[in-house]
Design a protein around this ligand. Structure first.
Ligand code: UTP
Length: 356
């Protein structure tokens, strides 16, 4: 295995106890930033969600049991909780892809933007990339049409700029963007305490993290590399290093990222033309065979090429690791059943008092 984790050190973090002690201080700084229109949010909803095996956009998945409750509605409720409390909305930019843009926009319109002002919601398209089979041959999704898929979540700011939304940020005076994944139904958006802590510590970026439950848990790890924050993917670190413990008996590398970041917009402008590494990811890619039939594989059959948001962290001057309570903020929906699934997310929603 390529050694992608050489030179890593554990990352310091603002831990839950410390955050609790300074909660009021952080919260008032965060509320002030929101009140002055300095905070925006970016929902990354361009992914294909292949593991869930749901054809429509993942955000439209109905996680309700006795009533309809889409993932999008859950997220909008979480956002509205903050904006209602503060008394000011934040602009929400939603990244889609060619594959799900129309359906996503239609869903928001059908649901009257979930009670959020339509003028505060802007959609933008991400770029696409071609996919190949395991031997490197181009796969076709229709005769003469190479199979394409969204190019990962790392190009989001570049795509925002291509859509001209950087001027929207300027006009509105947005200085901080809270970027989050579509598939964590407990995602806390524009969290004033997180915003305040990032600003108060003079950080260019903040990353919410949870303490890993076991060495093998599949989350990216926030670490220090050559004295600078960086994220190492779970599959890039060897078992022995992942299991190392510190003097207190806690995992030495324990801070897992949950795809909830706060980026300083000026800093994003500085790094937008930097090249991010391209990751080769095994995925199930629909393709046409020699007979012209469309095949929808049940197992990965090729590679997609993706840019990842986690690679932006090493380009930031500084990143604050901000620890959150896992049971309150992390309920990823990756699969239908089992780990990180619809089932586990429903359990956590119920525990947090959300009626399903
Ligand atoms: P995932 O890494 O879970 O990828 O996305 P995915 O493509 O949605 O799902 P699988 O792996 O095929 O099952 C994490 C977040 O990044 C967004 C997703 O929508 C999700 O919010 N994302 C991912 C994009 O916006 N664009 C992409 O190209 C990939």
């Amino acid at each position: 295995m390529a050694d992608n984790y050489s030179g890593i050190e554990p990352s310091p973090a603002l831990e839950i106890d410390e955050i609790e002690k300074r909660r009021d201080e952080f919260r008032s700084i965060g509320v002030d930033a929101i009140e002055h229109g300095r905070v925006g949010a970016v929902l990354l909803a361009g992914g294909m969600g292949t593991r869930l095996g749901f054809e429509a956009p993942k955000g439209t998945y109905d996680i309700g049991l006795n009533r309809h409750l889409s993932i999008f509605e859950c997220l909008m409720n979480n956002l509205k909780k903050v904006t209602d409390e503060v008394g000011r909305t934040v602009p929400l930019y939603i990244m889609t892809s060619d594959k799900n843009d129309e359906a996503t926009r239609a869903f928001f319109a059908e649901h009257s933007y979930f009670g959020y002002p339509e003028s505060d919601i802007r959609f933008f398209l991400q770029d696409m990339a071609e996919a190949v089979d395991f031997d490197g041959n181009v796969l076709y999704e229709a005769p003469g049409k190479p199979a394409t898929s969204p190019n990962g979540n790392g190009g989001w700011y570049h795509s925002m700029k291509s859509a001209g939304l950087d001027s929207d940020l300027k006009i509105r005076g947005v200085q901080w963007l809270n970027v989050f994944a579509v598939d964590n139904v407990l995602q806390q958006i524009a969290d004033p305490v997180f915003v305040g802590a990032t600003i108060a510590t003079g950080s260019a970026c903040g990353s919410k993290v949870v303490a890993k439950t076991s060495p093998g848990e599949r989350v990216g790890l926030l670490c220090m590399r050559d004295g600078h924050p960086d994220i190492v993917e779970y599959y890039e670190i060897d078992e022995k290093t992942a299991a190392e413990r510190d003097e207190s008996g806690k995992l030495k590398y324990r801070y897992g990222v949950i795809l909830n970041y706060l980026f300083n917009v000026d800093m994003l402008e500085d790094i937008v033309s930097e090249k991010l590494p391209v990751h080769k990811v095994e995925k199930k890619i629909p393709y046409i065979n020699e007979k012209g039939e469309l095949i929808k594989p049940t197992e990965p059959n090729g590679y997609k090429f993706e840019l990842l948001i986690l690679d932006m962290i090493k380009l930031m001057d500084s990143t604050l690791a901000f620890e959150v309570v896992r049971e309150k903020e992390f309920a990823p929906v990756k699969n239908l059943h089992g780990v990180d699934s619809v089932d586990s997310a429903r359990e956590l929603l119920i525990k947090n008092g959300v009626e399903l």
